[in-house]
Design a protein around this ligand. Structure first.
Ligand code: PEP
Ligand code: MN
Length: 348
């Protein structure tokens, strides 16, 4: 079961809850978020009505929720309202306005990022993406520019009024990457890197958690549970396709996972149609389908010259094709009660 404390609960009230838990020979898992504290009770039988009532009457307790699923804190049962992950004023995931992250697969140069940032901001994206630390299948492939790339990202994003999302590969780099980015991306290959999940759980920056290459939805939510339980409640889930037997697409974009996950968790869920398909021509149709199906946003690879990209050129949109996609997305978003961030000038 989990115990949700009132937003203004006093430390003594939290002590009252944890003392009762230990007197019952159960274990408390305290998760302190920016807004509220949640206590997971480990070892409690979920159907014990009297136990639930005992906790419910303690001072400072807002709700006691019996949870039978293995993921608890991120479950819908733990929180009936949808979580809105606020990145900064005007940029959030999970509200009426969709979040759109766009940019190259890899950070290659300042010029590449400035060109991209200006164009995607004009078209209405609100977050610049780009990898400075790249998880590559081959150790001989381009591994990213590291800290220099983080500096380019920050500079280009600030110049265009965008927030930044970038991947952190290694627990030892979490502090470094956090200095430059607004959102920490955990890549598909690291979804079950529990040390890394715990590390980003201790940071006060939103986490974008990609679904693992062969992860079930439950495993993905358990990964989110790690981050949440470590104290970081600002988590955005990202469906990016899973391994399949068919060679026509790089991965099998599991769009059904979006409403499935939204039914199981209060966290926002976005879609990556670029890694999800690996094919430029499929990015627009899958983006439209994702938004029509209720996704809370998109992360799309965009490059000024995809043919010359260091990585993932074949799935990258050009600057004009990204603008065109944004215009096609607007009526679809509207039809499902959502809005896209405003385009700031004529499409680039
Ligand atoms: C990326 O978005 O840069 C990336 C490497 O994606 P994934 O982890 O989903 O493969
Ligand atoms: Mn990529």
């Amino acid at each position: 079961m989990i115990i949700v404390m009132r937003p203004n609960a006093a430390p003594a009230e939290l002590d009252g809850v944890t003392s009762l838990i230990s007197s019952l020979k159960l274990n408390a898992h305290v998760s302190k978020g920016a807004e509220r504290t949640i206590v997971g009770v480990v070892g409690a039988p979920d159907d014990k009505e009297t136990l639930l009532a005992q906790f419910a009457q303690l001072d400072g307790v807002e709700a006691v929720v019996p949870i039978s699923r293995s993921f608890k804190l991120v479950s819908r049962e733990a929180r009936s309202e949808r979580t809105i992950v606020r990145v900064r004023p005007g940029v959030s995931f999970g509200g009426t306005e969709l979040a759109v992250c766009a940019g190259p697969c890899s950070v290659e140069s300042l010029e590449q990022l400035e060109l991209t940032a200006t164009a995607v901001a004009r078209a209405g994206a609100n977050i610049l993406r780009g990898g400075a630390f790249k998880p590559r299948t081959s150790p001989y492939a381009f591994q990213g520019l590291g800290e220099e790339g983080l500096k380019f990202l920050r500079q280009a994003a600030d110049g265009a009024g965008l927030a930044v999302v970038t991947e952190v590969l290694d627990p030892r780099d979490v502090e470094l990457v956090s200095r430059y980015t607004d959102i920490l991306q955990i890549g598909a290959r690291n979804m079950q890197n529990f040390t890394l999940l715990r590390e980003v759980g201790g940071v006060h920056k939103p986490v974008l958690l990609k679904r693992g290459i062969a992860a079930t939805i439950d495993e993905w939510l358990m990964a989110a549970e790690y981050v949440y339980a470590a104290g970081n409640h600002d988590i955005v889930l990202c469906e990016r396709g899973i391994r399949s037997f068919d060679g026509h697409t790089r991965n099998l974009l599991d769009l059904a996972a979006v409403p499935v996950a939204q039914g199981l968790t209060h966290l926002p869920v976005i879609v990556d149609p670029s890694h999800g398909t690996g094919v430029r021509a499929l990015v627009a149709p899958m983006s439209l389908a994702a938004i029509a199906g209720g996704a809370d946003g998109l992360i799309v690879e965009v490059h000024p010259n995809p043919a010359a990209a260091y990585s993932d050129g074949p799935q990258s949109l050009t600057l004009p094709s990204f603008s065109e996609l944004m215009e096609r997305l607007r009526p679809v978003a509207h039809a499902v009660g959502r809005t896209l961030p405003a385009a700031t000038a004529a499409a680039a």
